[in-house]
Every structure is written in structure tokens, then in C-alpha cells.
Design a protein around this ligand. Structure first.
Ligand code: PB1
Length: 306
């Protein structure tokens, strides 16, 4: 009765990697228990998530081929629109979000197009908007720009509204740090930058006032939900964001945070289940309304057992 923070399944979003092929459920070495799914394998997995009561999923695409411009990211026949259509057809009540970025689709692995050896922010904006529109057309309830390009929320919001998708929500990856904790994801999506790093567009890990400015900008540009990412090493930023802003606040419990617990648990160094529930409860205690986590299915099962 006096417990102050209660984690609920309704707080959780499950990130899902989708790829081309048939009958593929491909394990990801650096993320034990996480897989890449071909479209035909989605109904079973989504059915399990819906069964435990998960309200939402977030799709990440693994394309057939990559190129300089990240073309499949904004193709109407790309893997993410296919996944969205399949999910909405089978589970109409499931909230379907789609990550909007180029890094999984570009041959160089950066989140934007490259001009003279650097990411060209402004040339990337229309491509992100185009991708978001394709996902909205496919039925996505939420589009989530993770590219950390200045003006990405406004570009996406404007094109969605101009195209009649006023009701498609935008969850901005507002305060996203240039973190080492994305390593396993980059293996999962094959999205490590082939040169340089993301410090030219992701935030300095030492800054928190800057995060407030980034979030204010996303809100001004029309974000419906804001985010701090990663989560565990940034709970101070989460708490500060919660005290400063009223919009729904998402936390992304990223791949490295997942894999650390999995590795320690597999080695018997920590009690994995207790660690997961402690971590997710702490992220909520810090102020997150929404937690994007690869632990979603397991946590949902454990929450249901309470
Ligand atoms: O779980 C994770 O590590 C998420 C990684 C995150 C996905 N939105 C980014 C990783 C990166 O910066 O490489 C992808 C950025 N578009």
C-alpha cells in the first residue's frame, strides 16, 4: 500500500527487428533472446506479446540491401511498411510504432546522408519525413525519429499533416546521447558507422542542460511524446525532464543495458529477474511513463505472475 512506484505492463514497448525472407527467426549473438523476424513469423511473436498484455511494439528494419541514401528506409515496399501492415492486420488493437532513421539502411551506417565526409542535416530531413509518411500510410500509430537531426520532428509533422495523417503521433528521440551502450543494437541492425562516429549529431554524455534544450525543441516542433535515451546511465536527466515537462516521457532501455544483464545473469553473477524488475522500476521511478525495452515480453510475463 505504501509502495511509491508500480511498474505496469501498460508502460512497456517491445522493440522488434524485422527482416526480409521467409520462416526466419534469426538469433542476435550480442542480444541473447532477441531475434530478427521475417514478416511471416511476426504473427506468432506478436501473439505472444499481446497474450502477456503488451500494448505496443516499435519496429526496426533490416533491409535487403543498403546504399548511400538509405533508400529502403523510405520505400513503400520496404520491410517496415510490410511489418506494420502485417501487425495491424492481425492485431488491430496493438499500438504500432516505427523507428525513423537511415542508419539501418545506409551503406556507411550514419543516421543521415553524407556530404563532403559529414552528415548533411538538412538534406536528411526530407528523407526522414518521406520514411515517416510511408510508415503512416502503412498504418503506424506512432513514428519515432531517432536520427537526432535538427528539425526532424517539424519536417515529419509537416509532411504527415500535409498528407492527411494528422492523427499519426510523433515520439521524438529528443535527448539521445552518443552512448557506447548501443553496441549490440548495431550488431543486430548492421548499423555501425563505417567511419567516424555519431558525436556530430548525438549528444555529449556529460550534458544534461543541453538535454532540456533538445526536449524543448522537440516539443516546439510538435512532438507528442519525448524521450531520454539511453536510460540507466541517464536517470538524472529522466528525473529533470519529468520535473520540467508534462508530455508523456519515454525512456529507451537500450541494447547494451539489456546485454549487460543477460551476460551477468548467464554467468550467475546476478539474479536476472530481480535485476530486470529493479532496473525497469527505477526507470519508472525516475519519471518515465513509457519504457522501450527488450525485456518487455519477460517483464510482462513476470508482472502477470504477481
Ligand atoms: O537498443 C539500442 O541500442 C537502440 C539504438 C538506437 C536505435 N534507435 C540507435 C543506435 C545508434 O545510434 O547506432 C539507432 C539510431 N538510429
Amino acid at each position: 500500500m505504501v509502495r511509491e512506484t508500480n511498474l505496469n505492463i501498460s508502460n512497456l514497448i517491445a522493440p522488434i527487428f524485422v527482416r526480409h525472407g521467409t520462416k526466419v527467426v534469426e538469433p542476435i549473438g550480442a542480444m541473447p533472446g532477441v531475434h530478427r523476424y521475417s514478416i511471416d513469423q511476426l504473427p506468432d511473436y506478436l501473439g505472444r506479446l499481446v497474450e502477456v498484455g503488451l500494448p505496443a511494439v516499435l519496429f526496426f528494419g533490416v533491409p535487403l540491401s543498403k546504399d548511400e541514401m538509405g533508400t529502403e528506409a523510405y520505400s513503400s515496399t520496404g520491410i517496415v511498411p510490410q511489418a506494420i501492415r502485417e501487425a495491424k492486420k492481425r492485431f488491430s488493437s496493438l499500438i504500432v510504432a516505427a523507428d525513423v532513421c537511415l542508419c539501418e539502411y545506409t551503406s556507411h551506417g550514419h543516421c543521415g546522408v553524407i556530404e563532403r565526409g559529414k552528415v548533411d542535416n538538412d538534406r536528411t530531413l526530407p528523407l526522414l519525413a518521406k520514411a515517416a509518411l510511408e510508415y503512416a500510410k502503412a498504418g503506424a500509430d506512432v513514428v519515432a525519429p531517432s536520427a537526432m537531426m535538427d528539425g526532424q520532428v517539424r519536417s515529419i509533422r509537416n509532411l504527415l499533416d500535409d498528407s492527411g495523417f494528422q492523427d499519426t503521433l510523433v515520439m521524438g528521440y529528443s535527448a539521445k546521447y552518443a552512448s557506447c551502450f548501443y553496441g549490440p543494437f548495431r550488431e543486430a541492425a548492421g548499423s555501425a558507422p563505417s567511419f567516424g562516429d555519431r558525436r556530430g549529431y548525438q549528444m555529449d554524455t556529460a550534458n544534461s542542460r543541453e538535454a532540456m534544450r533538445e526536449i524543448e525543441t522537440d516539443i516546439r516542433e510538435g512532438a507528442d511524446m519525448i524521450m531520454v535515451k539511453p536510460a540507466l546511465a541517464y536517470l538524472d536527466v529522466m528525473a529533470k525532464s519529468r520535473s520540467r515537462f508534462d508530455l508523456p516521457l519515454a525512456a529507451y532501455n537500450v541494447s547494451g543495458e539489456y546485454s549487460m544483464i543477460k551476460a551477468a545473469g548467464a554467468n550467475g553473477w546476478i539474479d536476472e529477474k530481480r535485476a530486470v524488475m529493479e532496473v525497469l522500476t527505477s526507470i519508472k521511478r525516475a519519471g518515465a511513463d513509457i519504457i522501450i525495452t527488450y525485456f518487455a515480453e519477460e517483464a510482462g510475463t513476470w508482472l502477470g505472475e504477481r
